[in-house]
Ligand binder design. Structure first.
Ligand code: FES
Ligand code: FE2
Length: 443
């Protein structure tokens, strides 16, 4: 396998080839584990959501208080999709005691067993429970999500996730709730969309406003199927490799306050109002000349205390662990978790209608809320100009990258071996499933 710490190049086929895109359905999407739903969306018995991936659709249902089930969203009679997605919605969502097919009325219970077939005797006793039951899809949970795998056998979710739970469980992701969630269809391959967020190399150019607050140089590391990214930080400030970090410059009290306010107003991600407010007080609570490590420590300690007063308890994570965990994890193939102790930002992307030039992109922002105070949210289709401005900056690259990679003169991508190793990692792992497209060393 190619050493991804060395410079590599990746051919453009994985992004632009219709044949490659077609092959993904069987070789990739029907084999991997996919994050299909947030458990908070299906809290009660009978609650369900659907999840579509290309031609396949899955119903994820809470069958019992502690039991999740997932079914192929298709009627075993003559193949009608059982639960339709409302026009314009990302997915269907609701509560059912039973699922009734709209074509001829076959009915299924929450265990997927068929409980009613009109004129069943006409089948002369051949309609066994097995023939009429809904097809089962493997489902498991981790991090507050339901994960599905369309592959009938294969490794468990735990084996698939590898080191990820060990790195992210201390952050208590399952306790976070949506602050907002939006989706959009982009004119680019799903990999182009995801890769725009899996590296820190673009920050300096795509988000020039951030240069005023600090250095955004960061590392990327591969962990088998998955990878993570984090910021470079001085030795005495290991924790600053993570999402909650102080600004640089003469006075980190002020640059942190400015960076937090800017981030809140222009990205509406990666921070919370508590963190923003605590950052605004740094200049009053700390003397001029306070070194950056103490600014970081004070900022996080006061924000933690402020949240505790309203019943929001942050988990305690060792600074060395926070440092190693970085800012975000790329879960193969199409999900990114940008974690912190009290908030997270998740991205996912998947193909749209099998077209290599289109994808469904989703962003979801979570935070810890006082019990029962999380807002009710749902997926909102949002035009590019209605997203937070920092994300719009990222969006401007999407279609242009897709178009550029089709240019006859394009010789393949050359990801930065230090800062963009997550991009190379994605392709190295894709090649294991797809049998083509592995990164090659640049000699
Ligand atoms: S296709 Fe579902 S009952 Fe006929
Ligand atoms: Fe960005």
């Amino acid at each position: 396998m190619t050493d991804l710490t060395q410079p590599v190049t990746v051919p453009a086929d994985a992004y632009i080839s219709p044949d490659y895109a077609r092959a993904e359905q069987d070789r990739l999407w029907r084999k991997v584990w996919l994050q299909a739903a947030r458990l908070e969306d299906i809290p009660n018995v009978g609650d369900f959501v659907t999840y579509d991936i290309l031609e396949d659709s899955v119903i994820v249902m809470r069958a019992g208080p502690d039991e999740l089930r997932a079914f192929h969203n298709v009627c075993p009679h003559r193949g009608r999709r059982l639960i339709d997605t409302p026009a314009g919605a990302r997915n269907a969502r609701g509560n059912r005691t039973s699922i009734i097919c709209g074509f001829h009325g076959w009915t299924f219970d929450r265990a997927g067993q068929c409980t009613f077939v009109n004129h069943q005797d006409d089948w002369q006793g051949k309609l066994t429970a097995e023939r009429t039951a809904l097809g089962k899809v493997r489902v498991d949970t981790w991090g507050g999500w339901a994960w599905i795998s369309l592959g009938p056998d294969g490794e468990s979710l735990t084996d698939y996730l590898g080191v990820v739970p060990g790195m992210l469980d201390p952050f208590g992701l399952q306790n976070m709730r949506y602050r907002w969630r939006k989706w959009i269809i982009f004119d680019c391959n799903w990999k182009v969309a995801l890769e725009a967020f899996s590296e820190t190399y673009h920050v300096q150019t795509t988000h020039p406003e951030f240069n005023a607050f600090g250095e955004f140089r960061g590392w990327a590391r591969q962990h088998g199927l998955h990878s993570n990214i984090g910021y470079d930080a001085p030795k005495n400030m290991d924790e600053n490799q993570a999402k909650l970090r102080v600004g640089s410059g003469e006075d980190p009290r002020l640059s942190t306050a400015e960076m937090q306010l800017f981030t809140w107003e222009n990205a509406n991600t990666n921070t919370t109002m508590t963190l923003v407010n605590a950052a605004q007080r740094l200049k009053d609570e700390l003397p001029e000349g306070t070194p950056a490590p103490q600014v970081l420590q004070h900022w996080l300690a006061t924000a933690r205390a402020d949240d505790a007063k309203r019943g929001v308890i942050w988990p305690v994570v060792e600074p060395s662990h926070t440092a190693k965990s970085g800012t975000a994890w790329q879960i193969f193939p199409n999900f990114q978790i940008g974690h912190a102790v009290n908030n997270m930002l998740c991205y996912s992307a998947r193909p749209y209608q099998g077209d290599p030039d289109k994808c469904i992109f989703e962003a979801a922002v979570f935070e810890l809320f006082p019990d029962g105070e999380a807002p009710a949210t749902d997926w909102e289709y949002t035009k590019p100009e209605e997203w937070p401005p920092v994300l719009q900056q990222d969006f401007t690259n999407m279609a242009a990258v897709q178009q550029g990679m089709k240019n006859v003169g394009f010789r393949g991508t050359q990801p930065n071996p230090y800062m963009e190793r997550s991009v190379a990692s994605l392709h190295q792992n894709l090649a294991r499933y797809m049998g083509t497209g592995a990164p090659k060393s640049i000699d």
